[in-house]
Design a protein around this ligand. Structure first.
Ligand code: FAD
Length: 505
């Protein structure tokens, strides 16, 4: 039997890892169990935006929008390698919301949250500006405003890494199978899904951050009466070869009152999403459906001069939003805000459940969780994450290009594109990966694209990567560039080498 942890976190998505990091930084002893890979749930299938959510203004979600708008710059400063500003272009469509309404919404968007680094809204002439060139000529007027892009899966891993550096124990491929109140502690049984080994842990408090599995955990792990707190809403994205040649994103209004995004993706592609449809079944099995593909192609083709066809799709992905069930009738109208609910009265051990939430608000969600934890475990330290850096993010937002140049100057053999990718993925930790390398041979085996043995070993030793899928779809997005054979060969290499590489760390 292990020692008693202050906090046991179920789930290694953005919320679980964000809470573990905040709590560990305040001096609590924390253990986190993730049943698969970190970010393998909803947190790697998002639209990858740190955004206020312009559309939520129409649902009067002012609290959520204000908090989200404020978080854009807090998170940007915290992780300037994996988060960067992006300008959105909103074309005015004569059959949809009138221009005055768009202008008013964007005025609010510019002013209800704090904004120092991100430029404000401006009107654009789509007839004369290059950003109108890829659109149908009927679109003549538009607006441009700011939000941020995030590498969602890396945000999760960097939170886990920082939590670990602050003392938390992070266990992947470890499922929580039962939790019982016994002798004044939670007695928690975990099962390693790779080895089949089970283990017992004691904790004073449990955080249930199992995302779309949150109700399943309540029903099966805690044996609660049938819980139904979240509404599962599927959202899918398609990736096509890049439709336009500039760095802006588009936000398109759709006839059903929804919006979709078209975003620059991995230099050579355009990411289009998303959808909203109720989902039943295991969130792990979610897949894009034909109606979703056709919906996204039709919605994008309404705006782009060159129609988007299903044949253009090079990759697609789907995720399940665990939205707090607020009784809204349409999936798109269900609140995106989060709710933290404590189960267990004052004489009982507690479990605090996370329902809903956005990647954008994960840090604030963690702070709210810590307020609840402090009620029970006693306060240790003040909130601290607002002015912190995530691993590799200890540089100024404006210094990205400078950092790329420094890396390229020191490691002269790196292609410019690889130097850029390394700074975007690892920030100042790129130096740790490249330490001692003086030519390409020192990078070891090349697995395809720009992925080499040295990088893969770093991911195994420092970022919990255990399979090719972890490396090419979550720690990086190189899967879109590698062939099936290359991914298979990488997987075989990993199966053979993971244990010894871990051991060598
Ligand atoms: P998850 O990431 O699902 O993490 C829960 C984890 O718990 C999983 O990894 C799972 O394996 C683990 N788990 C479950 N049961 C157990 C168990 N018994 N033992 C151990 N582990 C367990 N938000 C934004 O801010 N911006 C966006 O652009 C955006 N776009 C989105 C687009 C789509 C299509 C979707 C679906 C969501 C989007 N979101 C966006 C919302 C955001 O992605 C989610 O709110 C967020 O990722 C939820 O994180 P989580 O940690 O709660 O859940």
């Amino acid at each position: 039997m292990s020692e008693v942890d202050d906090i046991f976190v179920i789930g290694g998505g953005i919320n679980g890892c964000g809470i573990a990091r905040d709590a560990a930084g305040r001096g609590y002893s924390v253990r986190l169990a993730e049943m698969n890979d970190l970010a393998s749930g909803t947190s790697s299938w998002s639209s990858k935006l740190i955004h206020g959510g312009l559309r939520y203004l129409e649902h009067y979600e002012f609290r959520l929008v204000r908090e989200s708008l404020n978080e854009r710059e807090v998170l940007l400063k915290m992780a300037p390698h994996i988060i960067w500003p992006i300008r959105f272009v909103l074309p005015h469509h004569s059959g949809m919301r009138p221009a005055w309404l768009l202008r008013m919404g964007l005025f609010l968007y510019d002013h209800i949250g704090k904004r120092k680094l991100l430029p404000g809204t401006k009107q654009v002439n789509l007839k004369t500006s290059p950003i109108g060139e890829s659109l149908k000529p009927i679109f003549s007027k538009g607006f441009e405003y700011s939000d941020c892009w995030v590498d969602d899966a890396r945000l999760v891993v960097l939170n886990a890494k920082d939590a670990q550096e602050r003392g938390a124990i992070i266990e992947t491929h470890t499922k929580v199978v039962s939790a019982r109140r016994e002798d004044g502690y939670w007695n928690i049984t975990t099962k390693n899904l790779r080895s089949g080994d089970t283990a017992q842990h004691k904790a004073r408090l449990i955080v249930n951050a199992a995302g779309p599995w949150v109700d399943k955990v309540l029903n099966e792990t805690f044996e609660s009466s049938r819980a139904k707190n979240v509404r599962l809403v599927q959202g899918s994205h398609i990736v096509v070869p890049k439709i336009y040649d500039h760095d802006r994103a588009y936000i398109f209004q759709n006839a059903d009152n929804r919006i979709i995004f078209a975003l620059p993706y991995e230099q050579d592609y355009t990411l289009i999403g998303t959808t909203d449809q109720d989902y039943q079944g295991d969130p792990a099995d979610v897949k894009i459906t034909d109606p979703e593909i056709s919906y996204l192609c039709t919605a994008a083709s309404e705006y782009f001069e060159k129609p988007v066809n299903s044949d253009d799709i090079v990759w697609s992905y789907s995720g399940v939003r665990p939205l707090f069930d607020d009784g809204a009738t349409a999936a798109q109208e269900a609140t995106r805000d989060y709710v933290l609910r404590t189960d267990g009265d004052s004489n009982e051990l507690r479990v605090i459940n996370v329902f809903g939430g956005k990647i954008t608000t994960y840090r604030k969600l963690a702070e709210s969780m810590l307020e609840k934890i402090e009620e029970f475990n006693g306060a240790r330290k003040d909130s601290w994450t607002a002015n912190s850096y995530l691993p590799g993010g200890d540089f100024e937002v404006a210094d990205y290009t400078k950092l790329v140049t420094e890396l390229k100057t020191e490691f002269i053999f790196l292609e410019m594109s690889l130097a850029q990718r390394f700074i975007r993925s690892y920030g100042t930790n790129a130096w740790a990966i490249l330490k001692g390398a003086s030519n390409l041979k020192d990078m070891g085996q090349n697995f395809g694209g720009s992925l080499t043995e040295r990088e893969v070993k770093y991911l195994i030793q420092h970022e919990w990567a255990e399979s090719a899928e972890d490396v090419v779809w979550r720690r990086s997005k190189l899967g879109i560039r590698l062939s099936k054979q290359e991914i298979l060969a990488l997987d075989e290499w990993m199966q053979t080498n993971v244990a010894s590489v871990k051991h060598a760390a």
